[in-house]
Ligand binder design. Structure first.
Ligand code: MTE
Ligand code: MO
Length: 225
């Protein structure tokens, strides 16, 4: 955090950048030798875009804080990669099924984690397909070989190990139960933590989850660190 800068409501700064996620203590998925992003849904044909193809697109760097919905914030992370909007305009828009209008994008990680993002949110200026963090290739704890990073939204949108992008023309049906239903937008400055309950009400419940999830996630962390 730059000195004096305020954090979004209900967030507290954390030391460093912990590994955190529903993977819990499971180790990160292996990085394929030739990683790809599968593009499917409302496109004329499903295809796999080699990650290497991103290197022909303009690079983008952002510095931002990273906010987990449970309430921790990792400050001043420097990500580098390709703007999601640039990737979308160059590789997806030209192959969309004619006459369709995209409303949401479902992003999936190699571990099965999935986030559904509205098209407006995912085309935001600060959304990246990140390949580097602080000048080094992403490690497996933080989403190798590439991850989505959307710093204006809670961390659950920032899918690690990104391997699939699905173009949707309607909002998908809810698969989460009412208890832990994530907010469909998750904007940090609006404190959109939960789909049904106001953000500040769920704060203490989510906060209680930080310690156990952190401990478990650290157990599955890369042994080289
Ligand atoms: N593939 C994958 N991406 C994921 C998760 C996950 O479990 N698997 N957890 C999400 C959550 S809840 C958070 S807060 C961030 C944590 O990112 P980090 O482990 O790099 O700190 O990743 C998000 N993206
Ligand atoms: Mo999170």
């Amino acid at each position: 955090m730059r000195h004096g800068r305020r954090l979004p409501p209900g967030q507290r700064p954390v030391e460093g950048f912990p590994r955190f996620g529903t993977h819990l203590s499971r180790p990160a998925p292996a990085v394929p030798a030739d990683p790809v992003i599968e593009v499917r849904g409302a496109v004329t044909e499903t295809f796999e875009l080699p990650l290497a193809a991103l290197s022909s697109l303009p690079r983008k760097e952002i510095s931002a804080d990273f906010h987990c919905v449970a309430g921790w914030t990792a400050t001043d992370l420097r990500w580098e990669g390709v703007s999601f909007a640039t990737f979308y305009r160059s590789h997806i828009e030209p192959v969309l099924t004619p006459g369709t209008s995209i409303t949401h994008v479902a992003c999936r990680g190699l571990d099965g984690w999935q986030a559904v993002v509205t098209i407006d949110d995912i085309l935001g200026d600060d959304v990246l397909i990140a390949q580097n963090l602080h000048g080094l290739p992403l490690d497996s704890d933080h989403g190798a070989p590439a991850r989505l990073v959307s710093p204006s939204q809670y961390g659950y949108i920032s899918v690690k190990h990104l391997c699939r992008v699905e173009l949707l023309t309607t909002a998908p049906a809810n698969t989460e139960g009412p208890l832990l239903r994530s907010h469909p937008r998750g904007r940090v400055w609006h404190e959109e933590r939960h789909g049904l309950v106001p953000g500040r009400v769920v704060r203490p419940v989510y906060r209680a989850l930080i310690r156990p999830i952190r401990l478990l996630s650290a157990r599955g962390a890369s042994p080289t660190k």
